[in-house]
Write a protein that binds this ligand. Structure first.
Ligand code: GDP
Ligand code: ZN
Length: 304
């Protein structure tokens, strides 16, 4: 019997696949190995049931991926929560911009999450630091993993999506994941015990259902509606030097409506371009925040 499911974890050649009715421990067909395709967490797969009682199966096919991430190794990511701290470490706009570029370049939707809001107090939501991102059209969510303040909108942002948390180290990504998914640890433990088989296992990405009340009778569709979160934060590498200068503007969300309106099609919206020729520059202090434009120039000069 063939069933469809979501690959939630892979360790040492064994994969956990959630179908509508159960979690199966699967091997992958040799054909994937020959083609050098590794099934990834987030993959939509079909499996051939081998033993219904023992819940074992083998992966037959992998659906074409919407996207693939290397760190964490996962596929079909819908949304990246780019997490920064309001303080400790100090908020770093240039770093946030770089993360947003990488996420945009991967073709994934981004949400900006400001953690450690407790350190700045209630005024954090109106702090000018974060204005450029609101202006750019990013959802900006203020939270505190410590006090658990503001978690409801973040929780809501996870619904129906396969989400990865990204951001520099120390901003509280792991704390947030643990706070949002207190059940995940336990679930991961259960799966890995089943898969361990006595040998040493390497750390692999797991997707955890955003479902506070673990209910084994939930269908996959119901689980997907709640959403899944990858347990390992991603995008630790910020290698954007490969981006051609003419492409860079495409990854500044708020530039997009104006890029096609510049007089010259090869316009890079540079400091030397005349404002009357450049539709992007013409929007500075209008629809484009000066800080984001300055950051664009800085990053471009590094890129070129
Ligand atoms: P990660 O490297 O991004 O995964 O960050 P961690 O989750 O390991 O957290 C780094 C440090 O920040 C730890 O000492 C946490 O206790 C602390 N931390 C995490 N979230 C908060 C928060 O909302 N407020 C405060 N004040 N500290 C936090
Ligand atoms: Zn231009």
């Amino acid at each position: 019997m063939i069933k469809n499911g979501l690959l939630v974890k892979g360790v040492g050649g064994l994969y956990s696949v959630q179908t509508d009715d159960a979690l199966y421990t699967c091997t992958a067909r040799g054909v994937f190995r020959n083609k050098k395709i590794s099934p990834l967490a987030g993959d939509k797969v079909s499996i051939l049931i081998e033993d219904e009682e023992k819940k074992t199966a083998s992966i037959q096919t992998i659906e074409p991926r919407k996207n693939t991430l290397l760190r964490p190794a996962a596929a079909n990511i819908d949304r990246v929560i780019v997490t920064m701290a309001a303080a400790q470490p100090d908020f770093n706009a240039g770093l946030l911009d770089r993360f947003l570029i990488i996420v945009a370049r991967a073709g994934i939707e981004a949400v900006v999450c400001i953690n450690k809001s407790d350190l700045l107090g209630p005024s954090v939501v109106d702090a000018p630091l974060f204005m450029p991102y609101k202006m750019a059209g990013y959802p900006v969510i203020f939270v505190s993993a410590k006090t658990e303040g503001g978690l409801a909108p973040l929780h809501a942002a996870l619904a129906g999506k396969l989400t990865v948390f990204a951001g520099p180290s120390g901003v509280g990504k792991s704390s947030l994941i643990n706070t949002l998914l207190p059940h995940a640890q336990q679930e991961v433990g259960e799966i890995s015990t089943k898969l361990r088989r006595g040998k040493h296992t390497t750390r692999a990405a797991t997707v955890n259902t955003v479902n506070a009340n673990e209910d084994v009778s939930m269908t996959l569709a119901e689980r997907l509606k709640n959403g899944y979160v990858v347990d390992t934060p991603g995008f630790s590498s910020l290698d954007i030097e490969q981006i051609p200068p003419r492409e860079l503007g495409l990854y500044f969300k708020e530039f997009l409506p104006f890029i096609g309106l510049c007089k010259f099609t090869d316009c890079t919206h540079n400091i030397h371009d005349k404002t009357e020729h450049c539709a992007v520059k013409a929007q500075i202090n209008k629809k484009i925040h000066k800080k984001r434009y300055d950051s664009y120039l800085k990053i471009m000069n590094h890129v070129v």
